[in-house]
Ligand binder design. Sequence first.
Ligand code: MG
Length: 389
Amino acid sequence: MSQEIKKKQIAILGSTGSIGTQALQVIEEHPERYEVYALTANNQVDLLIAQARRFMPEAVVIANENHYNTLKDALSDLPIKVYAGMEAICQIVESAPIDIVLTAMVGYAGLKPTMSAIRARKAIALANKETLVVAGELINKLAQEYRTPIIPVDSEHSAVFQCLAGEVGNTIEKVILTASGGPFRTFTYEQLQTVTPQQALKHPNWEMGAKITIDSASMMNKGFEVIEAKWLFGLQPDQIDVVVHPQSIIHSMVQFEDSSIKAQMGLPDMRLPIQYAFSYPDRIHASFDRLDFSKCTNLTFEQPDMKRFRNLALAYEAMHRGGNAPCVINAANEVVVDAFLKEKISFLSMSDIIEQTLEAVSFITTPTYDDYVATDTEARIIASQIINK
Ligand code: MG
């Protein structure tokens, strides 16, 4: 007797990025469970074409409209609907058959389509942490209103989420997010003054896109993850700790009120949190490598240094202020990371510019969606002006 499982229909926003391509590997390993309904990309049209031909989704969307004709022509022999532009991305996520929307695009651009998917009651597999950093309060309200589940894909938050399975009603004392410390963990302040984008792009443990790799090197990524944890798990700022754990084997921990600490462990491989977000609450087989304790003999921990890595302190500061402050640091960060990658500014000056932008943008206690859009624009202008001064 065989029971047909209804295949879950998945939309991947940002399918050509690091998370998107790994999500497709997960789907490829479980064709009996998952099917690609829609793929979207920003610019990488050639890879999107190859993915569409391989996975045969109902629809593909390229955000950059300049690539529309290339995409349309390349898929003209197939029954795949082809669209372009941000509005089309926001519309495609509402398609009736979709069960899960994986939000894996980079930065602030993830906010609007995530809101559309929540309103359409699609389970959100959240990989775009900026959505919660920028507008966590708004997103949580919306998710409650529409009763839409948000399942974390970020490895640390997936770890916390896994530790919380079976703990309904039990009080969380603390969440302890682990950080690898990035490529500059052991650098002195003086050494940090002259580091280059090439050095920053070499992450010791994780293979990721350029933006998040720079964020990891500057520890802004961890700062954003602290804010992300606040909204995902309903925590107060002083309930979220960061510990540097260079081996990236423990992906994060939860401490309960009886003092017990639960940790989730494994080799650093993003396919696990992606797969768990798809299969939740079930666990399903995975073919990837297992942690081998005969090779893993030394797990170490140290305190983060907020003097060398000021972005982490700035993120905590923005979280304490609340309102539109996290939106300001996110926008300023996107501008400074871009400028650092283009070698216009130094590694350490990224924090200076973010701090000055935070002080310059007018504070809004309870921002609406339009306030966030205005704050994002204002912060980008101010950060750019500081850079070009
Ligand atoms: Mg992470």
